[in-house]
Write a protein that binds this ligand. Sequence first.
Ligand SMILES: *[C@@H]1O[C@H](CO)[C@@H](O)[C@H](O)[C@H]1NC(C)=O
Ligand SMILES: *[C@@H]1O[C@H](CO)[C@@H](O)[C@H](O)[C@H]1NC(C)=O
Ligand SMILES: *[C@@H]1O[C@H](CO)[C@@H](O)[C@H](O)[C@H]1NC(C)=O
Ligand SMILES: *[C@@H]1O[C@H](CO)[C@@H](O)[C@H](O)[C@H]1NC(C)=O
Ligand SMILES: [Zn+2]
Length: 507
Amino acid sequence: MDPKLGRMAASSLLALLLLLEGGMFSSSPPAGLLEKLFQYIDLQQDAFVQTLKDWVAIESDSVQPTPRFRRELCRMMAVAADKLRRLGASVDSVDTGSQQLPDGQSLPIPPIILAELGNGPKKPTVCFYGHLDVQPAARGDGWLTEPYVLTEVDGKLYGRGATDNKGPVLAWINAVSTFQALEQDLPVNIKFILEGMEEAGSVALEELVQKEKDRFFSGVDYIVISDNLWVSRRKPAVTYGTRGNSYFTVEVKCRDQDFHSGTFGGILNEPMADLVALLGSLVDSSGHILIPGIYDHVASLTEEEKNIYKSIDLDLEEYRNSSQVKKFLFDTKEEVLMHLWRYPSLSIHGIEGAFDEPGAKTVIPGRVVGKFSIRLVPHMNASVVEKQVKHHLEDVFSKRNSSNQMAVSMVLGLPPWIANINDSQYLAAKRAIRTVFGTDPDMIRDGSTIPIARIFQEIIGKSVMMLPLGAVDDGEHSQNEKINRWNYIEGSKLFAAFFLELAKLHE
Ligand SMILES: *[C@@H]1O[C@H](CO)[C@@H](O)[C@H](O)[C@H]1NC(C)=O
Ligand SMILES: *[C@@H]1O[C@H](CO)[C@@H](O)[C@H](O)[C@H]1NC(C)=O
Ligand SMILES: *[C@@H]1O[C@H](CO)[C@@H](O)[C@H](O)[C@H]1NC(C)=O
Ligand SMILES: *[C@@H]1O[C@H](CO)[C@@H](O)[C@H](O)[C@H]1NC(C)=O
Ligand SMILES: [Zn+2]
C-alpha cells in the first residue's frame, strides 16, 4: 500500500475520534481546546492540501483578458462560494458587471463574494479579505512543474496561486472549519470579502466597499489581509504599513516629428538633453531626493520604531548577494529597512520616445516623455508632493532657457498606509504567533504599494492588519511559486489561535 495513503486513512480515523470527542465539550471550551484544534489541523493536513490542489487546478488568471480565463475565474468564485455555503455561511456573490477592453471586446468581471458566518452580539467581528485570481503562468516560462498542478517537493507545494493568495484564503477557511468539525462555537463573527480581479487592479472592489460600507461592513471591527510575505524563511511577520506611490510623467517637446542630427544638430534645444537634465536633478547619488520640501512631512523616527528594525530577521548579506547587487546605499540592516519602508524613494523608470533599439541611428527625438515615481511614506501627502515636484521641475527647466515646452503631470497618487500596532488585533496576532511558532513576529512594512489596506482603513474606518503566511522565498508572481506545507498548516493553526486571542481581548 502506498505509505501516503496509509497515513491518510489513519489520520481520517483519528480525526473522526477527535470529532466525536469534540461534541462532548461544546458548551464550555476546555483548557485544552487549542491543542485539540491544532491536533485536528495536523490530522487533516492532507485533506487541506488536497483542497488547495483542487483550487490551484482552476486557471483563474485575471491578467490575460480572454473568455476562457474569465470562465475559469467565474468557476473559481463559484467553487469558493460553494465551499463557504457548506461551512454554513450566508453568501452573496455580487455581480460587478463587465469590463470593456480597448479592442471593443467586453468580458465579465467575476463576482465579488461577500459572506458572513455568525452574528453573536458579544463577539468581535473580523472580516477577511483575499483574492482568488492569479498571475499568468505557463510551463514554458521556466516552471519546473506544471503551474496548475500543485506538486509537492521536499515539503514545498509548487503551483500558481499557492501562496498568492489561494493558500492563505484556504488557511482561514481551514481554521473556521476546524472549530466546526470539533463542534466548537466560533469565538468571533466571521465575514469574508473575496475578489477575483486583484492582479488586474481590483476593478470594481473600491466601489463595492464604498457601497457596502453601512451594510455588509457595519459591525466589522477588524479587517485582516493575508496577501504578502514574511521577510524571513522561518520567522513569521505582521505587516503594519505600506508605502504609497506618486507617479509622474514629464514631457519635453520641440515638435511631434523627430529630427536628423546632421541637418538640425547644433541649432536646437534638444528635448532629450532637457529631459536628461530634468531627470538628473531629482535625486543624488546617495539616494537623497533633491526636490525642495519633499522630506518636510516624513514622520520622525521614535525610539519605539527604531527598536522594531533591530529585531527583524533579515540576513543583509544574503539578501544583497541573492539580489546580485555589489553594494547597497546603506550598510546596516536597520538603515536598509528604514529606507525601504519609512523613507521616501525616487526611481526613474524610462523615457518614451527615446531611440532605444540597438544600432547607431542619428536621430534627435522631437518629443520625449520621462517617467519617474516617488514612494510615499507617512505622513506625506500626494497633492503636496505633486506641487513640490512641479515647482522643482519648472524651476530647473526655466534655468535652462530652453525654447521647448515642458509639461509635468502626476498620473497616479496612492497614499501610504500605516496602522496602529497597539490595536487589539495586533496584540491578538502577536499572542497567536507566540503560541504557534514560539517566537515574537517580525513587525514589518512593505516598501511597495498595496492599495487595498488603505482603501479599507479609509472607507470603513476600522483597524486593518496584514497577517502573511508565506515565506520570503515563495516567489509570488514569478515562476515556481510555492507555499511550504509547514506554512500552510501552521498558518491554519495561527488563524484558529488568532480567533481565540481576539475573543479573549473582548471579554
Ligand atoms: C551568492 O549568490 C550566488 C548566486 O546568486 C550563490 O551562488 C552564492 O552561493 C552566494 N554566496 C553566498 C555567500 O551566499
Ligand atoms: C493633503 O493636502 C491638501 C492640501 O494641499 C489637503 O487639502 C488634503 O486634505 C491633504 N490630504 C491629507 C490626506 O492629509
Ligand atoms: C539664461 O538666460 C539668462 C538671462 O537671459 C542668463 O543669465 C543665463 O546664464 C542663461 N542660462 C543658461 C543656462 O544659459
Ligand atoms: C503603543 O503602546 C506603548 C505602550 O503602551 C506606547 O509606548 C507606544 O507609544 C504606543 N505606540 C503607538 C504607535 O501608539
Ligand atoms: Zn496577492
